[in-house]
Design a protein around this ligand. Structure first.
Ligand SMILES: NC(=O)C1=CN([C@@H]2O[C@H](COP(=O)(O)OP(=O)(O)OC[C@H]3O[C@@H](n4cnc5c(N)ncnc54)[C@H](OP(=O)(O)O)[C@@H]3O)[C@@H](O)[C@H]2O)C=CC1
Ligand SMILES: O=C(O)C(=O)CO
Length: 313
């Protein structure tokens, strides 16, 4: 079994050795330009078109992350990159859900305990106890209730917050109110105080966090974008912060990354920024999932994690 690997920044040697340990029967190699030797599986992130094109022997392609938007947008331009019938898999959780939970819970608690206000008061050397926020006024709405959104919603519910989620299909998560489809988006937004985005980037979700959506949130709301920068209309967020509709935002992802030096987002006192690391690929967990999935494919079983090319996620 031959496996080819390409990632622009990961340590290839670590992956080659790690995969070989988990799949001793496999020969794993880093793909380099000009390599058109046969391969059964390809592990990729931002793959060059020539790496995959014309590989009729492939049995599966693995995206080395959770979001497959960059691969699918490349596929649109170069459909020959994925020979018909070759399944594309993505990382489902493999350690990312816990990271997302840490990120979301810590920031929600920061806002709930008004640490943002106390930071501002500190700038003025003001000793001023503020009124507590009440959990019942702090409804959290998670856009996207899949592998990561579902786990984030559950972790916030465990802290006693009222939590709701929005997805394409209805969910049955314990203690979480589920809304589904475009027709229920308005209901989901109404009364939501903290909006957390964990949607995939698809034609239906681009620009979804815009002024129309923000205006439907509760007053003094908060926005956390953990999914993709293209979901958020940055100017609309800035306007909502300046009008007072939105009180604060925490952004991990941006339309342009790295976020340009001259972006107004850097300067806004009520926007916190992290450089796209809400959840990163954990090599050990990812390799365990990939090895297990390859075995399932070889045994003609149906593994989970296959991307629906029709749905775009
Ligand atoms: N910032 C970071 O570091 C990281 C960001 N990400 C981002 O997080 C995203 C989510 O990951 P993950 O949870 O694994 O993805 P999933 O595919 O498991 O979940 C996606 C969710 O979004 C819902 N959804 C998709 N399209 C729509 C729509 N048009 N309307 C309503 N709901 C919709 C799906 O609904 P349904 O369940 O009904 O299908 C599903 O609940 C990734 O695509 C990636 O972009 C991921 C990892 C790290
Ligand atoms: O896995 C993903 O989709 C990511 O965004 C990793 O940072």
């Amino acid at each position: 079994m031959d496996i080819i690997f390409h990632h622009p920044t990961f340590n290839s040697q670590q992956w080659i050795e790690g995969l070989h340990q988990k799949l001793p029967e496999a020969t794993v190699r880093q793909w380099l330009p000009g390599d058109n030797q046969p391969a059964d599986y390809a592990l990729v992130w931002h793959p060059p078109v020539e790496m995959l094109s014309g590989r009729s022997t492939l049995k599966g392609v693995f995206a080395l992350g959770a979001g497959v938007d960059s691969i699918l947008s490349q596929l649109q331009k170069h459909p020959e990159m994925l020979p018909k019938g070759v399944p594309l898999f993505r990382l489902e959780d493999t350690g990312m859900a816990l990271q997302m939970q840490e990120y979301a819970v810590s920031q929600v608690l920061h806002w709930f305990r008004r640490f943002d206000d106390y930071q501002a008061l500190k700038q003025q050397a003001k000793w001023e106890p503020l009124e507590d926020y009440r959990r019942e006024d702090f409804t959290i709405g998670v856009l996207g209730a899949g592998v990561l959104g579902g786990k984030v919603a559950e972790s916030l519910a465990a802290w006693g917050f009222p939590v709701r989620c929005w997805s394409r299909s209805k969910k049955d998560y314990l203690g979480i109110t589920s809304y589904a489809g475009a027709e229920q988006l308005g209901q989901f937004l109404s009364g939501t105080r903290v909006l957390i985005n964990l949607l995939p980037n698809t034609p239906q979700t681009v620009g979804i966090i815009n002024s129309e959506l923000l205006n439907k949130l509760a007053d003094n709301s908060y926005v956390m974008n953990l999914a993709r920068g293209v979901h958020l209309v940055e100017d609309d967020l800035l306007a909502a912060l300046d009008s007072g509709k939105v009180k604060g935002a925490m952004l991990d992802v941006f339309a342009k990354e790295p976020l340009p030096q001259n972006s107004l987002l850097w300067k806004h006192p009520r926007i916190a920024i992290t450089p796209h690391l809400a959840a990163v690929t954990r090599p050990e967990e990812a390799m365990t999932y990939i090895a297990k999935t390859i075995r399932q494919i070889e045994n003609k079983e149906s593994p989970s994690g296959q991307v629906s090319l029709d749905n775009g996620y």
